[in-house]
Ligand binder design. Sequence first.
Ligand code: MG
Length: 389
Amino acid sequence: TMSDPVVKIKAFIVTIPRDEPYLGALRPGEEPNAKGYFIRKKNRTVYPTVDRSVLLKMETKNGVVGWGETYGIVAPRATVALIEDLLADFVIGRDPMDREVIHDDLYDLMRVRGYNGGFYLDALAALDIALWDIAAKQANVSVAKLLGGQRHETVPAYISGLPKSTLKERVAFAADWAAKGFDSFKFAAPVADDGVVKEMTSLREALGGDVRIACDLHWVHTADQAVTLIRSLESQDLWFAEAPVRTEDIDGLAKVSRSVGTTIAAGEEWRTVFDAALRINKKACGIVQPEMGHTGITQFMRISRYAEAHHLEIIPHATIGVGIFLAASIQASAALSACSCHEFQHSIFKKNLRYLDTDMACENGQYSIPSGVGLGVTPDEEALKPLIS
Ligand code: MG
């Protein structure tokens, strides 16, 4: 058959105001600067006061439209510039059916200069997701089917973060979601102001023994500190401990993994299977958490296949976006037998559905797989217009 090449690519920034910052109210000393950025003191990480991502629209000669999305929470113009000033021209004229070859060609352009992660791979992710969306539409199938077939009818979801100012409110917040049919939760250690042990015991007491409770440690500990801390939570049946040590401390991560009874989860900051291999080869984690907004579909699947080949569990990360990379993540998750659960960003999911044409849902603790061809989700360009820059 004749190929239907890419003829047009446009990237833009979507900014959606939010009532309360991600991870909840700001603590003393966390005031936003003039550009709306603030630093969480406990994990030394910068966040915007708004929700923001980079959307990408791609069109073929025959008029097939595909959508991509990538990380845009900080300095999104850097990612847009990489796409528009450099990468788009090397995708135009190519056949979306060659999506993995295109990914590797773009990766090669900068690989020997050390651009093998960060913003460069984010830009690739947006292009990659749009190419997969188009290829699936050209084949008249869903992305899950194009990935080899849908293995799950639904994907279990866990409630991520309890963005309330006091422990009492956080426990009540979790109990509300439990009443709505969710049985899996994760709390963030940097905003557990009364300490992680108190947080964990309070949640366990309120939610009972049947729910799963995980803790995100946000990369701040040494291996020895993390081991002590995780052991202190184990009597409360900790589901998994996420990101216990600095991201560069691969030996430390492996040490924590072999020293505690709890499964260690990692992977949200990885971009490629090479990042995954460095950890997995050292048995540094038991749960792999690829983030579609960073990996795109091609690297998400390579990371996940590598994890599967090492008999690990896959529980994808879900960052803040409009819903395009989330739909891609759900499609890919549905195609992976080792995917047992998926993060759920309850603070944005429902409110952003108004900007999308999709039947994607997350109810009773389960994501439904968006139906239709491609990703099964299309932005409502009219609704998004006031949010685009
Ligand atoms: Mg995390």
